[in-house]
Design a protein around this ligand. Sequence first.
Ligand code: TYM
Length: 328
Amino acid sequence: MGRVLSGIQPSGQLTLGNYIGAMQNYVKLQHTEECYFMVVDLHAISVAQEPAKLREQSEAVAALFIAAGIDPLKANVYMQSHVRAHAELGWIMTTLSNMGELERMTQFKEKSAGKESVGAGLFVYPPLMAADILVYNSDLVPVGDDQKQHLELTRDLAGRFNSRYGEYFKIPEPYIPKVGARIMSLDDASKKMSKSNPNPGSYIALLDPPDVIRKKISRATTDSGREVKFDPASKPEISNLISIYSHCANMSVQEVEARYEGQGYGPFKKDLAEHVVSVIEPLQANYNEIRKSGEIHAILKQGAERAAAVADRTLAEVKERMGFLPPQ
Ligand code: TYM
């Protein structure tokens, strides 16, 4: 059994992009691997959050993990801030990082572009993410395409630690879906589908009512022509919708293309909306039940206890190797 770690920020509505790019793989991996899935609240505060909203969204994301099919008896689900070793190893990873490599992170560049004042938390976000992964000595990290560069940095930091203080960390591998690693905006396939887009028509939120989902899909931008063909270079909008279709209907891209041969975009989009709704509706029913039951708090407590037992051991070993005087 390998170790798997991943996390999602509670900084807004979760989207179908989060679900396809990451959560679907969490659900899959829990059956064979030792899994740690966190709500990364410490990362969320790298930009200012309103306290009441942060609290609500943290609970909502944790409940969505369970609603999407993560079984708390199989996988550990918890809040990042409940396992203190993350923040402490995060500082250690920050001290191993160079300014230059952090400046090259595209997510940092995007989030700081054009801003007069940029929070230091955004800058040291990637070493905290490295700590999240390394504190469990993880083998696999299920993420969407946008996190690949952060994973590369994590691998570099693990290697740097190993060469300074002796082989200790495993070098983790990203686990990225072949199709759907980058679900794009419904209004512009050159941009990633994102909860921070000011146009809500650009994303499908996991908690959008079914009729809103149908409307958003019917209004989704399509390419010229009418052929339902997967060709991201010349038909980026339709290719994005085909990726979504393929995941929600559990069909290959080729099967989707074959089904709509000669039919045009209309019937394709109509069926796509129903497939998306058929995935999201049961998830929402589960979500409402979990929120009502209040059981999420016990799940998070147990997850954090188990995670801390592993993380604290790693941190103690790391500190010993680095020459920290151990507490007596
Ligand atoms: P976050 O919260 O932005 O996104 C959570 C996960 O969803 C994936 N994702 C997407 N996949 C496909 N298409 C999209 N449009 C899309 N949008 C988001 C992301 O790739 C991610 O896997 N830095 C991370 C959180 C994090 C983390 C970690 C991840 C903190 N520590 C340790 C893995 C391991 C982030 O901001 O994800």
